[in-house]
Design a protein around this ligand. Structure first.
Ligand code: CA
Length: 218
């Protein structure tokens, strides 16, 4: 996936480049003139567009693109948070509008939504045995029955599921639960694992000594 980022703020641009290039091919330009020439030279799957740029307003360029029939998804990243600005952005043809400052996770989630919509497909369900997960709805099913999980239990289960049967360390799961906070000595993770085992059946979450936990199909 090729993304074009138009952002004049040096620090934000560098941070976004670092974040996004782990998952996408990304080009970064800092003004409209450079954006126009990049756009003309290559095909992009998504445009991340700042509005206040040194040589003009991003909305002006967006209007030109849409008038020319361009249908590439556009996500506006702007500090302009007034309702009028957001409406103007969307009316001009942006697919989504994210107000700065934003969380990395939110940006990534919105990019995924736009790229999926563009591809015309919903994210596929992931299954391990008769346990399945729909990423779009963030819903788990066991044997066709929807599971009611707390947000923490869901996070743990999603992490185990994405590991594809490989063990996930205790540290990584704790990070999913508490972010980067240090909660050493807490048995909160064990409590959640215990709750999940009660719901899913003991044998589905295996303790791998010294390595962590893994999800298995019984
Ligand atoms: Ca700017």
């Amino acid at each position: 996936m090729q993304l074009l980022l138009v952002e004049d703020d040096l620090n934000l641009g560098q941070a976004l480049l670092k974040l996004l290039r782990t998952q996408f091919t990304i080009a970064w330009v800092r003004d409209l003139a450079a954006a126009r020439s990049r756009w003309a030279a290559a095909a992009y799957d998504l445009l991340l567009l700042d509005l206040g740029l040194p040589d003009g307003d991003g909305l002006v360029w967006l209007r030109e693109l849409r008038n020319a029939g361009c249908q590439t998804p556009v996500l506006i990243l702007s500090a302009r948070d007034a309702l009028d600005d957001r409406v103007a952005g969307l009316d001009t043809g942006a697919d989504d509008y994210l107000v700065k400052p934003f969380e990395a996770e939110e940006l990534l989630a919105r990019i995924r939504v736009l790229l999926r919509r563009q591809a015309g497909t919903a994210a596929p369900h992931i299954s391990v045995g008769d346990l399945s997960y729909a990423p779009d709805a963030q819903q788990f099913w066991l044997g066709g029955e929807p599971l009611r999980l707390s947000p923490q239990e869901r996070r743990i289960l999603v992490t185990l599921l994405h590991a594809g049967g490989k063990p996930v360390s205790r540290e990584r799961l704790m990070q999913q639960l508490y972010g980067l906070a240090d909660v050493g000595g807490s048995n909160a993770l064990e409590v959640r694992i215990h709750a999940l085992r009660r719901l899913l059946g003991r044998e589905r979450i295996e303790t791998v000594r010294g390595l962590g936990y893994r999800l298995v199909a019984p």
